[in-house]
Design a protein around this ligand. Sequence first.
Ligand code: DX5
Ligand code: ZN
Length: 221
Amino acid sequence: MICPSILSADFSLLKETFQEMEKAGIEVIHFDVMDNHFVPNLTFGHKFVSDLRKHSALFFDVHLMIHKPEVHFRHYLEAGADLIVIHYEAVDPSQIRKVSEEIRKKGKKFGISIKPATPVNVLLPFLEYLDLILIMTVEPGFGGQKLIEPCVEKVAELKKMIHDSSLKIILQVDGGVDKDNLERIYHRGADWFVVGSAFFKEPDFTFFQKLLKRIQTNVTI
Ligand code: DX5
Ligand code: ZN
C-alpha cells in the first residue's frame, strides 16, 4: 500500500487533492501531526483532521509526533482517524495497553513508531496490542530528507519478529522513500510505504502504486 504524506502537499488545496487521490486509487492518507516539542516542527492538530474527515472517505492514518500521546490520542480518534500511530519514545510504556484497548474498542487501528536510533526489540512486549509498526527511516520532523540506509535492515528484523509472533501486524516505513529505494525496502518486508515529497513530485498520482505493483509482480521497468 502507498500512503501519501500530505506534509508535502499544498494544505490550501487538500479537499480537491483528496478527491484526485481517491480517483487515482489511493486508499490511505498519512497525516503528520507535529507539536514542535517531540520534533522541531509544527504542523496541525485534530481540528485539521476532523475538517478533512467531512470531505473524504479515505482511510486516515494519523502519525502523532507529539509528547504524551497517551493524553492526546483521544482527540484524533474523535476527529475520525482510522489508525493512530504514536511514538515509542514519547509514550509512558505502562499506558500502551490501555491506549490500544481504547482505540480497538472503537473499531480503529493502533500502531507504534520507532525513531532511527531505537532498536526494534523494545516493541517485543507490546506486539499483541499493535495493528501496525512504523519504522522511521529518517529523523522525524521534516519531509524531503534522505533515507537512512541502516534503518532498512530494521525492516527485515521486524518482519522476522512479527513472523515469529504469528500476529498480523502491518509493517510501515516512513521517510525518504522514493522510486529508487522502494524496491529494496519492499524486499526487506515492508507492507505500507509512506511517500511524501517523492509522491507529490510526480504529476501522476498513480505513479507509485503502479511502481509497487510492477515490483510485486516482478516485471522489469
Ligand atoms: C517525517 C514524516 C514523514 C514525511 C515523509 O517526520 O513522518 O511522513 O512526510 O516525507 P518524505 O517522503 O518526503 O521523507
Ligand atoms: Zn509520518
